[in-house]
Design a protein around this ligand. Structure first.
Ligand code: FES
Ligand SMILES: [Fe+2]
Length: 372
């Protein structure tokens, strides 16, 4: 475990009301943060055969990610080049050998080329080759499908440089989701990030969690920038974050004994929360719906060998985090309601909230805003 630097919120205060309640701010966030950076769309193992397709919506935008016939990943704007119709719904589908528009049956190959356009041959000057689907940048990282809607995106390896190779011992690319729960949370997306970034609330809100990882036993190994977090000590040497406190699978492949006694939590801007346990990994994916509504999709990932073992039962881990999630969403919704009051004045962060202070700094930097 890295040496624990003293935590210091540097006298920062919570963000002002407008950052949580203004539709103009929300629209600007969509532009600068969600459509201008690399974001997490789903697990690439779900796209396990040519024609498997993942639809992912971000505000007014939508992308489709497909596994092509060479087993590469391709992503496109989810709109027909004829009259703009959405081609696929959000979530996983199977399009077979081609993507066919449900309106007038223009048809695209898995590489995005327009290969069929009924009754267009007699249209003067029309050439199918001029009407491919618009591409969206796609990258695969640790088994995660990452998308970027920007016209000229920063290369993935550049934006995610601080995280490349960081999670090697967990072999994330080999893990498979065994369970998923979606939650509709009545709170601004930033409140979900901020709630995840501190354990000051753990003794009050999550006594069952605080028994397994006492709230003062937290350290940070990423302290500035878009990616923040670090480990917490497990009280039980062979334990994990489960209702019983015991592991529900053997330790993940390459974890050393030192790492196997810790649980690591990272916030990955803009829409990913990554929780690395000795025996499994949990991913929260945030999908802002409106200034005060956020869809959160939680996935529990295990190694396929563990999941195939006789008697495998992940319910101890699933129940633990489902209970914790619901407590966190409830208090985030309360925060949204309180902050929405005209009488709200941002209060001071404790030093146990230094990660939120760092998160706010990065957020304001990207938004090019100060909080006067
Ligand atoms: S809008 Fe897609 S074929 Fe007409
Ligand atoms: Fe919490």
């Amino acid at each position: 475990m890295p040496a624990t630097p003293p935590r210091d919120a540097r006298g920062h205060r919570a963000l002002s009301r407008r950052w949580y309640t203004s539709r103009d701010v929300f629209d600007l966030e969509m532009e600068r943060i969600f459509l201008g950076r690399w974001l997490y769309a789903g697990r690439s193992s779900d796209l396990d055969a040519p024609g498997r397709c993942l639809g992912h919506d971000v505000g007014s935008e939508s992308a489709i990610v497909v596994r092509d016939s060479d087993f590469g990943l391709r992503a496109f704007h989810n709109q027909c080049r004829h009259r703009g119709t959405r081609l696929c719904d959000a979530g996983l589908t199977d399009v077979g050998r081609a993507i066919r528009c449900p309106y007038h049956a223009w048809t695209y190959s898995l590489r995005g080329e327009l290969i069929g356009a009924p009754n267009m041959a007699d249209v003067t000057g029309f050439s199918r080759s001029e009407w491919p689907l618009h591409p969206v940048a796609v990258a695969e990282w640790e088994g995660c499908v990452m998308l970027n809607f920007a016209e000229a995106p920063v290369p993935f390896a550049e934006e995610f440089a601080p995280l490349l190779g960081k999670f090697g011992p967990w072999r994330l690319d080999e893990l498979r989701p065994v369970h998923e729960i979606g939650y509709d949370v009545g709170a601004n997306w930033k409140l979900v990030f901020q709630n995840y970034s501190e354990c000051y609330h753990c003794p009050t809100l999550h006594p069952h969690l605080d028994r397994l990882t006492p709230y003062r036993g937290a350290a940070n190994d990423l302290e500035e920038g878009p990616f923040l977090g670090g480990p917490m000590e497990l009280t039980r040497p062979d334990g994990s974050m489960t209702m019983s406190g015991a592991r529900c699978a053997p330790p993940l492949s390459d974890l050393t004994d030192a790492r196997a006694d810790l649980v690591y939590y990272y916030t990955v801007l803009p829409n990913l929360l990554l929780s690395l346990h000795p025996d499994y990994v949990m991913i929260h994916r945030l999908e802002p719906q409106d200034v005060d509504r956020t869809r959160v999709v939680c996935q529990w990932l295990f190694h396929p060998d563990a999941a195939a073992a006789p008697g495998f039962d992940p319910s101890d881990a699933i129940e633990f985090w489902n209970v914790t999630n619901l407590q966190d969403w409830e208090v985030s919704e309360r925060s949204q309601r309180g902050i929405s009051s005209r009488r709200y004045v941002p209060g001071p962060y404790s030093n146990l909230e230094s990660m939120i202070a760092a998160w706010d700094r990065e957020y304001l930097r990207i938004m090019n805003g100060d909080d006067a």
